[in-house]
Design a protein around this ligand. Sequence first.
Ligand SMILES: NC(=O)C1=CN([C@@H]2O[C@H](COP(=O)(O)OP(=O)(O)OC[C@H]3O[C@@H](n4cnc5c(N)ncnc54)[C@H](OP(=O)(O)O)[C@@H]3O)[C@@H](O)[C@H]2O)C=CC1
Ligand SMILES: Nc1nc2c(c(=O)[nH]1)N=C([C@H](O)[C@@H](O)CO)CN2
Length: 234
Amino acid sequence: MPAAILITGVGKRVGFYLAKHLAQQGHKVIGTYRSQYPQLQELEALGVELHRCDFYHDAQLDELLQKLAQQSAFKALIHNASDWLPDGDTTSALSIMDKMMRIHVSVPYTINLALADQLKANSGMADIIHITDYVAEKGSKKHAAYAASKAALQNLTLSFAAKYAPEVKVNSIAPALLMFNPDDDEHYKQKALNKSLMTKEGGEVEILNAINYLLQSHYVTGQTLKIDGGRHLV
Ligand SMILES: NC(=O)C1=CN([C@@H]2O[C@H](COP(=O)(O)OP(=O)(O)OC[C@H]3O[C@@H](n4cnc5c(N)ncnc54)[C@H](OP(=O)(O)O)[C@@H]3O)[C@@H](O)[C@H]2O)C=CC1
Ligand SMILES: Nc1nc2c(c(=O)[nH]1)N=C([C@H](O)[C@@H](O)CO)CN2
C-alpha cells in the first residue's frame, strides 16, 4: 500500500485544486470533504479516496480517524480545511471562537497526534503542512477569532516540528490573497488588490508550488512560507 497524502477540505477551491494536481502527479491522495459537490466525482475518477467529515462533529472526526487508521503510512498531512467566519455580535462570540479554534487548531492537533506512527512509517521523510494566513501575524479587525486561530495553528507548527523531528518535517504556508469568493463585489476586490505589491490574486497554483517545494526538501522544518504578494510591505 503506497504512502498517502491526506488533504482536508478538498470539496472546492484550493483543496480541490491540490487534491486534483497531487493525484495527477501520481501521489495516493486521501481527501476529506464536508459539503457534496459534483466536482468530487472528478477526484474519484483520479483515484482520490474521499471521506465525508464535518469537523464540527466529534463522532464524524472519530469515524474519520478510524478509517485513516487503515492506511499503513502517510507521506504528508495537509491541513487546508477552514471556515472564514467574520466576528459576530456578543451573542455569537463564544460560538465563533469555539468554531475557529476547532477547525484551525483542535482538528489539526488531533489528526497530527493520531497519525504520528503512520507518518514515521513512511519510507522517506514525511511532512505536515498547516495552511495558515498572513493575518496570523497581523491580526484582523473583522475576523479576529479567525486570525487568532490561524496564529495558534502557526504556533502548532513550531511545537510539532520539534516533537516529530527528524523523521517528519512540519511547516506552515501563510497566504494573503489567493482567490476571491463569488460574492465579493468590485469595491471589495479593488480594496483587497491594493493591499499587496503584486496587486493580483496569487491563485491556487502558488500553494501547490509551495507544497511541492516542501515535499522535496530534506531540511526545511518549523518554517512559514509567506505567499503574500508583498502585502507585508504595503
Ligand atoms: N482564499 C484565499 O484568498 C485565502 C485562503 N487562505 C487559506 O487557504 C486555505 C484554502 O482557502 P480556500 O480554498 O479559499 O478556502 P474555502 O473557505 O473556499 O474552503 C475551505 C474548505 O474547508 C471546508 N470546511 C470548512 N469548515 C469545515 C468543517 N467544519 N468540516 C470540514 N470541512 C470544513 C469547506 O467545506 P464546505 O465547502 O462544506 O464549506 C471547504 O471545502 C484555507 O485554509 C484558507 O484559510 C488564507 C489566505 C487567503
Ligand atoms: N477559509 C477561507 N479563508 C480565507 C478566505 C476564504 O475564502 N476561505 N479568504 C481570504 C481572503 O482572501 C482575504 O485574505 C482577502 O480577501 C482569507 N482567508
